[in-house]
Design a protein around this ligand. Structure first.
Ligand code: CP
Ligand code: NVA
Length: 301
């Protein structure tokens, strides 16, 4: 049984195979109605639980649609509506769910919740974002980069802003897919120490973005951050906004990515988000294709 818990916990050859499968399954159904079934149905007769402790638009809809396109059925569960949110242990929840469903996708606050679910579940568990990482997002981002600009190996990727959960999965990917990652943000918002050695730091955003193949940012205040941090974050991060002046330091064919949801004109201007280098909606679409490949991989024997 294979869980998809994090990029650094997945073998690079498997990661590459997942990206290639995602590309193939995307091409195979090009032009088909979104509700049409795929040619092969690896999730036929399969039931999938999608559990959310936090809000979601992309993760929720893309997993749901992806399962159905592959012939499976879904149930979307809110953590607070489950007994899990009212004192039942994660281990017991995992054992019970494993009697009903064939696959569990989970978005949690604490990483330990996800890890405990995976420890006690007897079906594969997929990480749909925790406070620490967001691996499915970065699989979609790698697919998106390679569709537009070829192999990501050896490329320069620059992250501006908060060293958060999405950055952490980029850092894991930098090692597994062998690209250079630069972090550009203020010291109080540096990535967690466990990621040291996976990226370099350049505090000056213009210098960081020089020669970049990809510029990435994310919201300045994540779902797990206290809302009271908002004003302080804005003051700390204003200088790291991705705007046209900053993008002009990158290569002319550099891509701009943001996992969304965005606070337009905070972390990135609408001019960049809607501009010629932006691939933000391709990223969102590719969540569907990448996660279908992740689910296939999890269910392979
Ligand atoms: N990017 C992403 O995970 O979006 P949602 O929070 O809408 O799922
Ligand atoms: N860093 C953001 C990503 C949302 C998809 C958050 O955790 O809220």
């Amino acid at each position: 049984m294979k869980h998809f818990l994090d990029i650094h916990k997945t073998d690079p050859a498997d990661l590459r195979r997942i990206i290639d499968t995602a590309s193939d399954v995307k091409k195979a159904r090009a032009g088909r109605p979104k509700g049409a079934l795929d040619d092969d149905l690896p999730l036929k007769d399969h039931m999938v639980a999608l559990i959310f402790e936090k809000p979601s638009t992309r993760t929720r809809v893309s997993f749901d649609v992806g399962v159905r396109q592959m012939g499976g059925q879904t149930m979307v569960l809110s953590g607070s509506d489950m007994q899990l949110g009212h004192g039942e242990t994660i281990a017991d929840t995992a054992r019970v769910l494993s009697r009903y469903v064939d696959l569990i996708m989970m978005r949690t606050f604490e990483e330990d919740t996800l890890l405990e679910m995976a420890e006690y579940a007897t079906v594969p568990v997929i990480n749909g974002l925790t406070n620490r990482t967001h691996p499915c997002q970065i699989m979609a981002d790698i697919l998106t980069f390679e569709e537009h600009n070829g192999p990501i190996k050896g490329k320069k990727v620059v992250w501006t802003g908060d060293g958060n959960n999405v950055f952490a999965s980029f850092a894991h990917a930098a090692k597994q897919f062998d690209f250079d990652l630069v972090f550009s943000g203020p010291p109080p918002l540096d990535p967690e120490a466990s990621l040291d050695g996976l990226y370099s730091i350049e505090r000056n955003p213009q210098a960081a973005v020089e020669g970049a193949d990809l510029v990435v940012t994310d919201t300045w205040v994540s779902m797990h951050d206290p809302q009271s941090a908002r004003e302080r974050r804005h003051n700390q991060l204003r200088g790291y906004q991705v705007n046209k002046q900053l993008m002009d330091h990158a290569k002319s064919n550099a891509l701009f990515m943001h996992c969304l949801p965005a606070h337009r004109d905070d972390e990135a201007t609408s001019e960049v988000m809607d501009g010629p280098n932006s691939v933000i909606f391709d990223e969102a679409e590719n969540r569907l294709h990448a996660q279908k490949a992740v689910m296939r991989w999890c269910l392979e024997s």
